[in-house]
Design a protein around this ligand. Sequence first.
Ligand code: ZN
Ligand code: ZN
Ligand code: ZN
Length: 340
Amino acid sequence: MLQASRREKRLAQMHIEKPLEPPKNGLLVPELVPVAHEVLDNWKVLIRGLSQLLNVVSVYGCRKCPQVHVGPVGHQIQDCYGSGSQRRNSHHSWARGSINDVLIPIESYHLFDPFGRRVKHDTRFDYDRIPAIVELCIQAGVDLPQYPSRRRTAPVRMIGKKVIDRGEFVDEPKPQRSEHCVSLLAELDTFSNQQVQSPSPSNMKELAKRTLKAYLNVRRGVEQLMSKYTVKACGYCSEVHVGPWGHNVKLCGAFKHQWRDGKHGWQDAVVDEVIPPNYVWHVPDPSGSPLRSSLRSFYGKAPAVVELCVQAGAEIPDEYRAMMRTDIVIPDSVEARMAA
Ligand SMILES: [Zn+2]
Ligand SMILES: [Zn+2]
Ligand SMILES: [Zn+2]
């Protein structure tokens, strides 16, 4: 790694071009185009499935802290550190949640040309904010008429960190906003209020399975795409940027990072930053009494999507069994344990 960057520097000093392979040179990676389509298709199945399952399984969010709970009643584990938690003995203050508490929205700017002009603070309103996963799929080859993307035929050329040839700046075409596009947007985004029917009990298990499978497919596919396509995440806040260089919008951490003038600190992102696991307590028996502090050491955790699908009837995926502590027998109550 270090050696590579040293070699790069030497090449740059000699004004020799950096050898770039797709997608670092702005061209698509052909074998990842089908992966991008698969991710987007699974993403739609996931959103639609979750909005249906939410008619059956309840989700709560704490009013005072970021915690989320999946299950018929909020848990009673005293681990709230939000404002006023001392008055509540560290109990959470639960309110009914939505799909955005399960699938935490991570958005990024849609770029017609990720290798073109950087998004600046003053130009930020010229760009749409869309789910980062959707932007990644577009940059990896999915064509969506409402979010046009520049497809190069000639590679970007660089010497060191300087782009010497990116083709001409091309004006962004006007997106087509037809009725079809509006309905497509609703499928891609968790913010559009979807009116969906509750699944019938017989379909529910099937739907839970399908939704969980879609989730695992999205995560796997995103990981594959991110092995080639650059995604940046800010080291100080949850901002994500899809594309090679980050952006210059100064909205980092709102007021906490005044000393950096609101500039984000870009690093290479990991999958969990693009699709946060959003861990919740696993409820082994949703019809039993609420989870409580005294039994805390017996409980496991799971990503909110996994927990929701499992409570709706999906089987626990092997890779989550240990984390969800399926092997642990939970005593009926502490008193019972004491008496024994
Ligand atoms: Zn497709
Ligand atoms: Zn809380
Ligand atoms: Zn930031």
